[in-house]
Design a protein around this ligand. Structure first.
Ligand code: GDP
Length: 517
């Protein structure tokens, strides 16, 4: 459906606009070990959200002891949990969304990146662009998300600064504009020179005439040939300003925060099926992009993380849940800070809030004050790994069914129920998701399971006229399954077989991405 151009968007409110303008919602993307966790701690500390650096980690550790699922995280030293942290700095309200670092969680990561307005790309100064950074960057590029680059670990042996800038420009096909320049290197790294404001930010005194300053001046002059900062190019995602620093030594961290305040984009508009929604519109709209269950072992609650796409949220509001058409009362929306959660009294376009619920809210859901719109852009990708769940204790079949539905709703795996009545099949993008599923089924639901291979390696959502679809389903019953929403999916043993099905059924369409919501 295309929007009628005469159908005007709701009016923008000036007061709301002021609040929205000071929201900064971003994620940090990096390869494991580049320093994302350390930088997160320092940002939160600089933002006054925590008193002592190290607390983020400490809290993580406490959380990790709670279940086997978390112990996967601990054992493998990776983060599989996406969460949000809110803090204030320089008159802005920051919502920092954590992206899981492991590539098996790309679907989750993708969805998180649909909820940000900007990304900070952390690069290890000794290693340059690494595989995972590149992949995450590509996801950002798909949505033209502006990128600020932070070259970390300048307190250690690093590659030549110009070579690093060249490497970013070449491997990512991006204009690169140095915003700060390092003063000193490795053990003598003393701070940065802010090219845009002509200001030195030193953490240790550097005497005038020091050779570090002389070198910096010389290099800054050479760097003059590189593109100057351009707000428009940055907003469009074609130019990245580059900051040098050391998260560990807390050098360059406030440069980065100041940059986010000064140039960091305010909340962008969000696409719906009918019209883009501007953040400063009067009516509240929100998009659920992440579900996390059992965050608090004392309450089996499910937290839906929603990005407020427009308007003002106030506690106690009654919203319309578009998928079900029902009312949803917003009793206890929460902000997440480094150390605690706090009830949200009000929040604005761009903010990310947690909404506790008992399964009503799903990934991709839209909440509004009444308007019938649905946000798009939150996808499911066709899984490439399909496994049958084997249950050793037949008494627990019902429990397993419910648990699988809950975990699929949370986005841990995708669930396919074969139309011929065979045992459920789970689909994942990476095998680590199966480990997470297995440990969570055991730890949280008391259902031990195993996995068996299936003949299937390709899945496609099938769409078409009702009659043709039904005929196709009847003829292919043993390779048809229903997904969580009851939408039909064809499972095939190879790309060849899938192509054959596509060729012989031109009246149907086969999709490897499903828009949810
Ligand atoms: P993540 O995997 O990206 O979250 O990386 P971490 O923040 O856990 O950092 C990985 C390792 O690099 C840890 O041992 C950190 O102490 C170290 N590290 C992080 N930032 C810096 C830095 O600026 N300088 C140095 N020398 N080490 C750092």
């Amino acid at each position: 459906m295309t929007a009628d151009s005469t159908q005007t968007a709701p009016p923008l409110s000036e007061a709301l606009g002021q609040e929205v303008k000071r929201r900064r919602t971003f994620a940090i993307i990096s390869h494991p070990d580049a320093g994302k966790t350390t930088l997160t701690e320092r940002l939160l500390r600089a933002g006054g959200a925590i008193q002592m650096a190290g607390n983020v980690r400490a809290k993580g550790e406490r959380r990790r002891t709670r279940s086997d699922w978390m112990s996967i995280e601990r054992d493998r030293g990776i983060s599989v949990v996406t969460s949000v942290m809110t803090f204030e700095y320089g008159g802005c309200v920051f919502n920092l969304l954590d992206t899981p670092g492991h590539e098996d969680f790309s679907e989750d990561t993708y969805r998180t990146l649909t909820a940000v307005d900007c990304a900070v790309m952390v690069i290890d100064a000794a290693k340059g662009i690494e595989a995972r950074t590149r992949k995450l960057f590509e996801i950002c590029r798909l949505r033209d998300i502006p990128i600020i680059t932070f070259i970390n670990k300048m307190d250690r042996e690093a590659q030549d600064s110009f070579e690093l800038l060249d490497e970013i420009a070449e491997t990512l096909a991006l204009d690169v504009s140095p915003a700060t320049w390092p003063v000193g290197r490795a053990a003598t790294f003393a701070g940065t020179y802010d090219l845009r404001h002509g200001k030195l930010n030193l953490v240790q005194p550097v005497p005038e005439g020091d050779e570090r300053l002389a070198l910096m001046e010389e290099e800054v002059e050479l760097a003059g040939v590189l593109p100057a900062f351009n707000q428009e190019a940055f907003d469009q995602g074609t130019l990245t300003p580059v900051y040098f620093g050391s998260a560990m030594k807390e050098i360059g961290v406030t440069d980065l925060l100041d940059a986010l305040v000064e140039i960091g984009p305010a909340p962008r508009s969000q696409p719906t099926e009918t019209r883009p929604v501007q953040a400063a519109e009067e009516g509240l709209t929100a998009l659920v992009f992440k579900i996390q269950a059992n965050m608090d072992p004392n309450h089996r609650d499910r937290m839906a993380f929603a990005r407020i796409c427009s308007g003002k949220l106030a506690r106690g509001m009654r919203l319309r849940h578009i998928r079900s058409g029902k009312q949803f009362a917003l009793h206890t929306p929460q902000f997440f800070f480094a150390q605690n959660r706090q009830l949200v009294e009000e929040a604005y376009g761009g903010d990310v809030v947690g909404i506790p619920n008992h399964g009503t809210l799903r990934i991709g859901d839209t909440l509004t004050e009444g308007e019938e719109i649905r946000f798009t852009g939150v996808p499911h990708f066709a899984p490439e790994i399909l496994r049958r769940v084997r249950l050793d204790d037949a008494m627990k079949a019902k429990k397993l069914r419910n648990a699988l539905v809950e975990l699929a709703e949370e986005g841990v795996v995708q669930l396919f129920r074969p139309q011929d009545g065979a045992l459920p099949i789970v689909g994942v993008v990476g095998t680590l998701q199966l480990d997470v599923l297995q440990s969570r089924l055991k730890a949280e639901y008391g259902v031990p399971v195993g996995f068996e291979s299936t003949p299937f390696t390709v899945a496609r959502w099938v769409k078409g006229p009702q009659e043709a679809l039904e005929r196709f389903e009847a003829a292919n019953r043993s390779s048809m399954a229903d997904d969580l929403d009851g939408d039909p999916v064809l499972l095939a043993s190879s790309a060849f077989m899938m192509n054959r099905a596509m060729e012989t059924n031109p009246e149907l369409t086969f999709h490897d991405i499903k828009q949810i919501g």
